[in-house]
Design a protein around this ligand. Structure first.
Ligand code: C5P
Length: 316
């Protein structure tokens, strides 16, 4: 009788990376490179993208599948940020880019919460572990910045001040846990379009100064959600509202539900509301749902950890 030999599974690594909300987003005037100087405070929220990287046969190249909410609108080719991340890491380290990527969405798509950036951050960490390339985090952050302005923050997680295009990060001290609720829309907003609308509305934006957020930083250090709610700020909000006027009602309903603060998240269209507690977060979510102003509603605590390996199946 031939003995039964179970085929060993190919090596695989599963990584998760968080979405974010900008507690403050201050935007300067458009520069010659097509970008705007930012002073922002990112907070990672416990909504995660998961990327599983599985070793593919030699010469197979990169392949990609996606599952989870709104996965039908995510590109499956080399324009996907997870794909681009694997490709860029392979070029950087000189390894063959043979990997099957699977993305499980957990952050609203094109919602201003950096879901695509989280895919890129998770793919970088997953492929680095799978290919045993041992790239230090500081170097991964530089590769991340080539992929998009929000990718380095998804690697880092927690709460951080971002300057430059948003990719120069300084960790910020916080105390305790904050309770967020997000109202997401089925139809996303394009980040470049929102920045272009901002340029149309604001012609003399000064260089943004992170020092403008001293009160917000002290609310974070004190773990004071009431003070944090009062200091939330987003320079892109009016631009997002000009493209999607219905978001005014989403903000209004959050305020009626007693949110400590409500803002458009990043370039939108997701609206973020800060709640007093887990129970209050559920109440805000229920109010948004009952009023029919969001296509989906998500509750999450913050801050959350940056991109990290969940499981790794080692080579046989
Ligand atoms: O860096 P990322 O690819 O995520 O940026 C997407 C687009 O958002 C850019 O092409 C640019 O139009 C806009 N953007 C900007 N200023 C920033 C970040 C992004 O104008 N600091």
């Amino acid at each position: 009788m031939t003995p039964y030999l179970a085929a060993a599974p190919p090596p695989a690594v599963r990584v998760r990376a968080p979405g974010k909300v900008n507690l403050s987003l201050r935007v300067g005037a458009l520069q010659d490179d097509g970008y705007h100087p930012l002073a922002t405070i990112f907070q990672a929220v416990a909504l995660y993208e998961e990327v599983t990287a599985t070793q593919a046969p030699q010469g197979a190249g990169i392949s990609l599948t996606v599952s989870g909410p709104q996965s039908d609108v995510v590109p499956l080719d080399e324009t996907n940020l997870a794909w681009r991340a694997a490709d860029l890491l392979a070029r950087h380290t000189g390894v063959a880019a043979d990997v099957a990527l699977h993305v499980t969405k957990g952050v609203p798509v094109a919602g201003g919460m950096a879901g695509g950036s989280a895919d890129a951050a998770a793919a970088l960490v997953a492929c680095d572990a799978l290919w045993e390339t041992g790239v230090p985090r500081s170097e991964l952050a530089l590769i991340a910045a080539e992929l998009g302005s929000d990718v380095p923050f998804s690697l880092l997680g927690h709460t951080a001040v971002g300057t430059g295009r948003g990719q120069i990060l300084t960790p910020a001290m916080t105390r305790g846990e904050f309770h967020w609720v997000f109202a997401a829309q089925a139809e996303g907003l394009s980040t470049p379009r929102v920045f272009a609308a901002y340029d149309g509305l604001v012609t003399d934006a000064p260089m943004p100064d992170p020092a403008s957020d001293a009160a917000l930083m002290s609310a974070l250090r004190a773990g004071d959600p009431v003070a944090l709610g009062r200091t939330l700020h987003n320079d892109l909000q009016e631009a997002a509202l000009s493209l999607r006027p219905s978001l005014r009602e989403v903000l209004g309903v959050a305020n009626e539900a007693g949110a400590l603060g409500a803002i458009v998240s990043g370039s939108g269209p997701t609206v973020a509301a800060l709640a007093r507690s887990r129970q209050h977060a559920l109440a805000v979510a229920a109010t948004w749902t009952a009023r029919g102003v969001a296509d989906s509603v998500w509750c999450a605590t913050a801050p959350a950890q940056g991109a990290r390996v969940l499981t790794a199946v080692a080579p046989a």
